[in-house]
Design a binder for this molecule. Structure first.
Ligand code: SAM
Length: 253
């Protein structure tokens, strides 16, 4: 047991820092998205925005020969990212940096590919795509996943949960339209399978939270945090036919 009262951010970081992924996704989904982007040897300068500890970046590094920069707002997440790059033996061409997705530190027209999984919703799909466009070369590509409605029915409980988390969901057709309005040709979209949420994210996260519940047994913040995570899982299991993570792939024109 630990006497220190953690904050929600402490708990969020402590839960996720040791996980392979910090949101729904999988190596299979990364490879499926890459299929739409052939030929892959054209991507020399690549950025992975909201990279977390780099689960998806290390898969990208195995499949792409270019130089990759992972960017995330939390320094200890980036430390873990750089350790992972070293562990995978790709540290010479994969580097993590601390930065803001909404204020990119790259040169304009310099990137061949922007990758971003489960992160753009923190700044808004449109805000992100519009800002990122200027950093891509013409003909460069974007591959981005975010939670989206996959039916016309939008249950109130889900809408409320996500908006309280600061995230707005749109339908796939609306996001494709936004992508086109932000200066991209739409190339493909696909819904991530349920295992991307369960096997690759919720189950390992639940295990990490169980350990934290023991560590912070007296903490009310911990109990609230665990309940919030439980609610996210319950909502997904109840309403998964209505929403999911969707990968959107486009080309800068
Ligand atoms: C749901 S996690 C996804 C991490 C990773 N891409 C994955 O799929 O496993 C979202 C990540 O975005 C980062 N993030 C959120 N807002 C950000 C911002 N404005 N700039 C940079 N990173 C941000 C968070 O720190 C977090 O690591």
């Amino acid at each position: 047991m630990d006497n220190k009262e953690p904050t929600m951010i402490d708990l969020l970081l402590e839960t996720h820092i040791g996980l392979e992924r910090q949101g729904p996704g999988s190596s299979e989904a990364v490879k499926r998205a890459l299929e739409f982007l052939q030929p892959l040897d054209r991507f020399e300068q690549i950025a992975d925005l909201g990279c977390g500890t780099g689960g998806q970046t290390m898969i990208l590094a195995k499949n792409l020969s270019g130089t990759m920069t992972g960017l995330d707002m939390f320094p200890n997440v980036i430390d873990a990212f750089n350790q992972n790059a070293k562990r995978c033996g790709v540290e010479k061409r994969v580097t993590g940096i601390v930065g803001d997705m909404a204020d990119l530190p790259f040169q304009k027209n310099a990137l061949d590919l922007i990758w971003s999984e489960g992160a753009i919703d923190n700044i808004g799909f449109e805000t992100g795509l519009r800002h990122w466009r200027a950093f891509l070369k013409q003909g460069g590509c974007v591959a981005v996943s975010c939670p989206s409605w996959i039916t016309q029915t939008h249950p109130n409980e889900v809408e409320l949960f996500w908006s309280e988390a600061g995230c707005h969901l749109d339908q796939i057709d609306k996001n494709i339209e936004i992508m086109q309005n932000c200066g991209y040709a739409f190339m493909a979209a696909f819904v991530l399978p349920e295992t991307c949420w369960t096997d690759h994210y919720f189950y390992p996260r639940e295990q990490a939270i169980r350990s934290l519940l023991e560590k912070y047994a007296d903490s009310e913040t911990m109990k609230t945090y665990a309940a919030l995570n439980r609610r996210e899982v319950d909502l997904y299991m109840k309403y998964k036919q209505h929403y999911g993570y969707v990968f959107y792939i486009g080309m800068a024109i």
